[in-house]
Design a protein around this ligand. Structure first.
Ligand code: DQA
Length: 144
């Protein structure tokens, strides 16, 4: 079975509490359960990692080298700031799909640019949880 590493960045563990008008009322464990069942449906084994620390995310991406087939990432605020996460993704060279719950293009100016989009094969924004399904369908369709 193909393995997808699912990475979430800072404050994603606060889903359900943080700005529900933007991110919805579902909790983070509920979102991970949704991703897990969707991944299984599409033939993936999913592994999950969430961190509020940039370096820990870089470490986890590096560990994926030789241990995962692809990466699904919502880097959260690091999307807009982290050259280190972009470089780590490029370093391991695995296929990447990027997801954002909200429509980052329609919010504050500082959310419009994504470093990760410079590498990700697919970026899905503004679809809420459904965006993870679209991203997993992309990864399932690239012939890993
Ligand atoms: C987010 C969008 C980011 O701009 C924000 O910092 C997040 C969540 C999203 O899923 O919509 O934490 O990645």
């Amino acid at each position: 079975m193909k393995k997808v590493l699912v990475i979430h960045g800072p404050n994603m563990n606060m889903l359900g509490i943080r700005e529900p008008g933007i991110y919805g009322e579902g909790t983070f464990p509920e979102l991970e359960a949704y991703i897990d069942s969707t991944a299984q449906e599409l033939g993936f084994e999913a592994e999950f990692f969430q961190s509020n620390h940039e370096g820990e995310i870089v470490d986890r991406i590096q560990e994926a080298y030789g241990n995962a087939d692809c990466i699904l990432i919502n880097p959260a605020a690091y999307t807009h700031t982290s050259v280190a996460i972009l470089d780590a993704l490029r370093a391991v060279g695995l296929p990447v799909a990027e997801v954002h719950l909200s429509d980052i293009a329609g919010r504050e100016e500082f959310r419009r640019f994504s470093y990760v989009s410079l590498y990700a094969g697919k970026t899905v924004t503004g679809l809420g949880w459904e965006g993870y399904r679209v991203a997993l369908e992309y990864l399932a369709g690239i012939g890993l």
